[in-house]
Design a protein around this ligand. Structure first.
Ligand code: DP6
Length: 360
């Protein structure tokens, strides 16, 4: 498939006004997307767990505009309040996707959005937010073109979400989602996220993610700026290649239920992401002292108890604690007795692998 395949020809049905609501989850990357090229294309393939609890709910109301349309016309309400500061991002998104949804200028939109997690928690809402909005827009398109197949509906939703935020394309489907072409993963493409197609051992289908909010502050560096640092980064090419190698290794690990192998790849990916940020120009330290303390505690706990708990990180200080469901009780006990001290206001969120976005 190419970008051209997402350009509609003609819509059989016309619509005047209406509303659609979608709830889209966040996702946590196991192999990280860090570096992009062209229009939101990934420099390397990535794979993530779709989450369940951490999610954005978006309602898109639309009404046909009178007279000739110049720019896009929309209002944005975040948790009930009008947010002018969010509008430029949406405007850029509309500009990027207009060739794939040519009706955007013909309607006035009201976008009402809210997150299940606190806004200032350091949890990025771009993945869940952009995928929820893309799905609402796709519901609108489907109303004009009811013949679209389920497969094409979700593909295009992921394709559009990607143009809003790369990782958002992995928040449409549930389970394990791959984004970025990889020779050993059938159907994988740079254009949109696809459900991981190969066999997965049951241990990985109920994985838990307890998100420790170590630092709720705004990220030091936006992910867009962070991706930019990969241009001219001394280790970039080797890193992109390594991500592909890690995915190849994961194939076997996921099939066999090799939890130890999983830990090695996932933690190495997290530390590599941070190492890359430390070795760029400019350079960044995105962990805080609490992040390091938590990592040490997790390693000690694993050594002492033989647990299969591990961690991953986004481009910030919060820690995602990943573990098989069967260890839930003892890990939550460990979190409460040893890790909660490193969380701001003792705040953490219990999440798990989820089933993907759904209409409400
Ligand atoms: C570290 O998807 O937020 O979470 O495409 O610029 O919106 P943009 O970036 P974004 O980057 C996510 C980076 C990451 C790793 C990952 O999710 O794969």
């Amino acid at each position: 498939m190419t970008e051209k395949d997402f350009m509609p020809s003609r819509y059989p049905d016309a619509i005047e006004a209406g509303a659609f609501t979608w709830r889209s989850p966040s996702n946590i990357a196991l192999v990280k997307y860090w570096g992009k090229r062209g229009e939101q294309l990934p420099a390397n393939p990535s794979v993530s767990f779709t989450l369940d609890t951490c999610a954005t709910t978006t309602t898109l109301r639309f009404a046909r505009r009178e007279g000739p349309a110049s720019g896009f016309s929309f209002e944005l309400l975040f948790e009930g309040r009008s947010r002018e500061d969010f509008k430029p991002k949406i405007n850029r998104f509309f500009e990027r996707i207009e060739k794939y949804l040519p009706f955007l200028r013909d309607y006035h939109f009201t976008i009402e959005t809210s997150n299940s997690f606190p806004h200032s928690s350091g949890i990025a809402s771009s993945a869940s937010g952009m995928s929820a909005l893309a799905l609402c827009l796709m519901s609108m398109e489907r109303k004009m073109n009811p013949g679209i197949t389920e497969r094409d509906f979700y593909r295009k939703a992921s394709f559009l979400a990607r143009l809003g935020s790369g990782s958002a394309c992995r928040s449409v489907e549930g389970g394990l989602v791959v984004w970025g072409s990889h020779p050993e993963i059938e159907g994988s493409t740079d254009l949109y996220g696809t459900r991981y197609p190969d066999e997965v051992h049951p241990v990985f289908s109920t994985y838990q993610d307890t998100v420790l909010l170590v630092d709720k502050g705004k990220k030091q560096v936006s992910s867009t700026a962070g991706h930019g640092l990969m241009h001219g980064h001394p280790f970039a090419e080797r890193r992109f290649q390594q991500a592909g190698e890690h995915l190849s290794e994961l194939k076997h690990i996921l099939r066999e239920g090799d939890v130890k192998g999983f830990i090695e790849i996932v933690e190495s990916e997290a530390l590599t992401l941070h190492a890359i940020m430390m070795t760029g120009r400019p350079y960044y330290l995105l962990m805080s002292p609490g992040t390091l303390q938590v990592i040490r505690k997790i390693w000690d706990f694993r050594k002492e108890t033989g647990s299969n708990v591990c961690f991953t990180l986004d481009a910030g200080a919060n820690v995602h604690v990943l573990y098989p469901e069967e260890e839930k009780d003892r890990i939550l006990e460990f979190v409460n007795s040893e890790l909660v001290a490193y969380c701001e206001n003792e705040h953490y969120i219990c999440d798990r692998i989820g089933a993907g976005a759904r209409p409400l």
